[in-house]
Design a binder for this molecule. Structure first.
Ligand code: MOS
Length: 767
């Protein structure tokens, strides 16, 4: 049968009663391969970029080659001439004069002033992809090239070219508590250091893009997105359509990391080209365009001054950051100061973050926006403070672990925090003390030097919350269909949700089919991001399963002529508590047979009041530096994460490995290079010159250690987020390990051989 048979099933709470925490679980928390593993691995999974429709055309978007230019004239005559070109649209076309905006700065689909290299200028649709690109290349554009500013550190200089008429300063955000001057006065040691992280560019495996098709007045878009409802609302708004006439589908998604949370101009362009030609149009960006226009983790220029007492008590933190979201308001300094405010106990804190414009592609959220940058500064500073007072780095952090959020109004307590346990258990599992003694006592003669480093983190979001609705439909044979709007962005959301429904119903997870991420047929969900998908959707799914059980109990009560309170749902049957001989198999309930299905509608309940839900992490690594070549090898990595309940140990480990890998990219390999002094163009816009970490750059030995503390207050699944916290402290841990190995503090990312060898050379000279 479809039921797990014999495994205990959670009690069904009465109507109006909130389900308590699972006392034990038989499916949830176990290692379980993805429900769609076969489809993903075999290549049969249909990603949006795989969609091919009958009579489909290919779209191509011509982009501005200059970082700053006026579009004086667009001549499409030559592009329209070739026989198999079906449509050309440009700024002259009244239908394309549609409003576009970056937050509150308004522009148009094809702007008259391009403020970054890669802004759309015109678009074409043709029978083949090559014909489309040839035609785009034949569009003649007269540009008036304007002076550009490509380095945020120069953006506020008096003679810097202006990105927008009213200047290059977007805003300065400040925060303060206590009195930092008093805090520094009380300190035994005060250190100040400047830090910088380079911009990292979004370049997920599946390119950004969509297929658009009109069926009468209904627009359907297959899009590689983290949130179908987000795309639906923006497309409807820009095109002036009712939501009901825009259907967005995104069943698979080959990597987003925050770059596919928002709607891009290519979706509007595809819809317009499809409208104009009366045919479906596929418009995916070439790799080069993703580097220019699909977002980045902004660069950060941070100065941190910190005071500590001899016993390890932090007394004051003063932090400034200069950042940029590029040419438009795009969160250039979003959350960059969060961990300064919240991670460690500190009475006196001041932060000031200035966000400026430069002529470069707008930033987008990038796996834990702001946090890894902040961690790069804060966690290296803590290491330096520990050394200055002769304290172990882990002990210094343990001395300053809070159990409430200092950065939030009213200092709400965390529902749970396992930060202390992360440090302690991480240090134990890593063998921290022994490893530290070993690297401290190592022969300084050899050219290969080993070092160990560690860092901790808190993630700003990670608790999820309403709204979310799902529908769970139990068929008459006992199998089920789970209908939810959320996207599975590669993290295993579908698998985890099948496990939740299975746990609650006592059903084998294979018997649950999932229908998801389609605004036409599935329920409303917020985009998958912020490490909030599991804590948002899992409780919703559990609620739906409880509704199904209640309905079945009601049906059985009528049929068995027993009070519903007397009945218990056991998995494959419903049993009377008072007379255990009276039972009925689920599939024999005549109400279910007659109706065909039983439906449970689940909703996400509210988050706890006056408390905050956050996940925590601590990481430890060992590196080896080749002092002759400046090469860095990362030998092993250990990540301890407190993310509430572990829903699936396999997907947990996947997140750990992916998050650490991305963090190593920030630490050691990735940086956007703009030709700031001459053309302002990005010079490393490909996977050869922009170096993502590969399997040769990351250790085989990446170990995830869950600190499992099911969070009974956070939500009825007990889970918090994981995907973002797990990438926050990585780069800082690597930098700290490099310092331990060779005594050089690398305060500017990335730690590549060029930089490291020249610093080693300098160190030698200084003797
Ligand atoms: Mo994430 S940066 O919220 O996808």
């Amino acid at each position: 049968m479809y039921y797990t048979e014999g495994l205990p099933v959670p009690e069904t709470p009465s109507p109006g009663e909130t389900p308590g925490p699972w006392e034990r679980t038989d499916v949830v928390g176990k290692p379980r391969p993805r429900v769609d593993a076969y489809e993903r691995v075999s290549g049969t999974a249909v990603y949006p970029s795989d969609i091919v429709l009958p009579r489909m055309l290919y779209g191509a978007i011509l982009r501005c080659p200059h970082p700053h230019a006026q579009v004086k004239k667009v001549d499409t005559t030559a592009a329209e001439a070739p026989p198999r070109v079906r449509a050309v649209i440009g700024p002259g076309d009244p239908k394309t004069d549609l409003p576009w905006s970056f937050r509150d700065v308004k522009t148009t689909l094809f702007p008259k002033t391009c403020r970054f290299e890669g802004e759309p200028v015109a678009a074409v649709a043709a029978e083949t992809l090559y014909q489309a690109w040839d035609a785009a290349g034949a569009v003649r554009v007269d540009y008036k090239v304007l002076p550009h500013v490509s380095d945020e550190r120069r953006a506020l200089e008096k003679d810097a070219p202006k990105v927008h008429e009213n200047g290059n300063k977007l805003k300065t955000d400040t925060y303060s508590r206590g009195d930092v001057e008093k805090g520094f006065f009380e300190a035994d040691v005060v250190l100040e250091q400047h830090y910088r992280t380079e911009a990292e560019v979004h370049t997920p495996l599946e390119l950004h893009g969509c297929v658009a098709n009109w069926d009468g007045d209904v627009l359907t878009i297959w899009e590689s997105t983290q949130g179908v409802y987000a795309v639906q609302s923006r497309v409807a708004e820009v095109l002036g359509l009712p939501l009901s006439k825009v259907r967005v589908i995104g069943h698979y998604m080959g990597g987003g990391f925050g770059s596919k949370l928002q709607t891009s101009r290519y979706s509007i362009v595809a819809a317009l080209l499809a409208k104009k030609t009366g045919r479906p149009v596929k418009s995916f960006l070439p790799r080069e365009a993703t580097f220019l226009a699909m977002g980045n983790r902004p660069p950060s220029n941070m100065t941190l001054k910190a005071g500590v007492k001899k016993d390890g008590t932090l007394t004051a933190l003063s932090f400034t950051c200069l950042g940029t979201g590029g040419a438009y308001p795009a969160g250039g300094t979003s959350l960059v100061d969060w961990q300064i405010r919240d991670l460690y106990l500190c009475p006196h804190v001041r932060t000031e973050c200035t966000d400026v414009y430069i002529n470069a592609g707008p930033a987008r959220p990038f796996r834990a926006p702001g946090h890894p940058q902040c961690s790069w500064a804060l966690e290296q500073m803590l290491d330096a403070l520990a050394e200055a007072i002769g304290m172990d780095p882990v002990a210094l952090r343990l001395k300053n672990v809070p159990d409430y959020s200092q950065g939030r109004e009213g200092n709400p307590p965390y529902t749970t925090t396992g930060l202390k346990q992360c440090f302690k258990e991480g240090a134990r599992r890593f063998g921290w003390e022994k490893a530290r003694r070993k690297t401290a006592g190592q022969e300084k003669k050899g050219h290969l030097r080993r070092g160990v480093g560690m860092a901790g983190s808190v993630w700003f979001v990670g608790g999820g919350g309403p709204p979310s609705t799902v529908i769970l439909k139990l068929f008459s044979d006992g199998s089920a269909n789970l209908n939810m709007g959320a996207s599975d962005i590669g993290t295993g959301t579908k698998t985890v949700m099948a496990m939740v429904a299975a746990e609650e119903l006592g059903l084998r997870p294979e018997m649950i089919r999932i229908e998801h991420a389609d605004t036409g047929t599935t329920q409303y969900a917020t985009p998958s991001g912020g490490s909030k998908t599991v804590p948002t959707e899992a409780p919703t799914v559990r609620d739906a399963a409880v509704q199904v059980k209640r309905r079945l109990l009601q049906m059985a009560a009528e049929e068995m002529d027993l009070p519903v309170e007397d009945l218990r749902y056991t998995g494959d049957d419903i049993v009377s508590r008072s007379r255990p001989d009276r039972r009925i198999r689920i599939v024999d309930i005549s109400g279910l047979k007659r109706q065909g299905v039983v439906v449970g509608v689940g909703h996400r309940g509210p988050n706890p009041e006056k408390k905050t839900v956050n996940p925590f992490c601590a990481q430890f690594c060992e590196v080896e530096v080749n002092t002759r070549t400046g090469e860095l090898r990362i030998l092993r990595f250990l990540s301890t994460n407190e993310s509430g309940r572990v829903m699936n140990r396999l997907t947990f480990d996947s997140q750990v490995i992916g998050g650490v890998t991305m963090g190593i990219g920030l630490a050691a390999t990735e940086m956007r290079i703009l030709d700031a002094n001459r053309t302002g163009k990005m010079v490393n816009r490909n996977w050869h010159d922009y170096k993502l970490p590969t399997s040769l750059d990351v250790p085989a030995d990446i170990v995830g250690v869950p600190i499992e503390m099911p969070d009974a207050e956070a939500n009825i699944s007990g889970a918090k987020g994981l995907g973002e916290p797990v990438t926050i402290p990585t780069a800082a841990a690597v930098a700290n390990a490099v310092y331990d190995a060779v005594g050089i503090r690398i305060t500017e990312s990335p730690i590549n051989p060029l930089k490291l060898s020249s610093l080693l050379e300098q160190q030698k000279k200084e003797g």
